[in-house]
Design a binder for this molecule. Structure first.
Ligand code: CA
Ligand code: CA
Ligand code: CA
Length: 93
């Protein structure tokens, strides 16, 4: 007739071990500052839309509505026609 050791009591004490406190706080990291990102001109980006199907990108979707609103009609890589009246076609100058 042996008595079982009180193992349960030992396990109970183990659960009382406090979790280590995370002293390393990340609050020291400064937010982004100083690097004033000059807004790049949208015209600097290469054209992303081929409106005439010749394989050369010639238009931009600067409004982000999925439709071209700026066109490079002379092939110099810079937009020179714009749709400002929203009809989807370059406006006559
Ligand atoms: Ca094209
Ligand atoms: Ca152009
Ligand atoms: Ca137009």
């Amino acid at each position: 007739m042996k008595k079982l050791p009180m193992i349960a009591a030992a396990f109970g004490a183990a659960t009382l071990i406090a979790a280590p406190s995370f002293a390393q706080d990340a609050g020291a990291e400064a937010p982004e500052e100083g690097a004033a990102e000059a807004a790049p001109a949208p015209e600097a980006a290469p054209a992303t839309i081929d409106t005439d199907g010749d394989g050369t990108m010639d238009a931009w979707d600067q409004r982000g509505d999925g439709k071209p609103d700026s066109w490079d009609t002379d092939g110099d890589g810079a937009p020179d026609a714009f749709d400002q009246d929203g009809d989807g076609a370059p406006d006559p100058k």
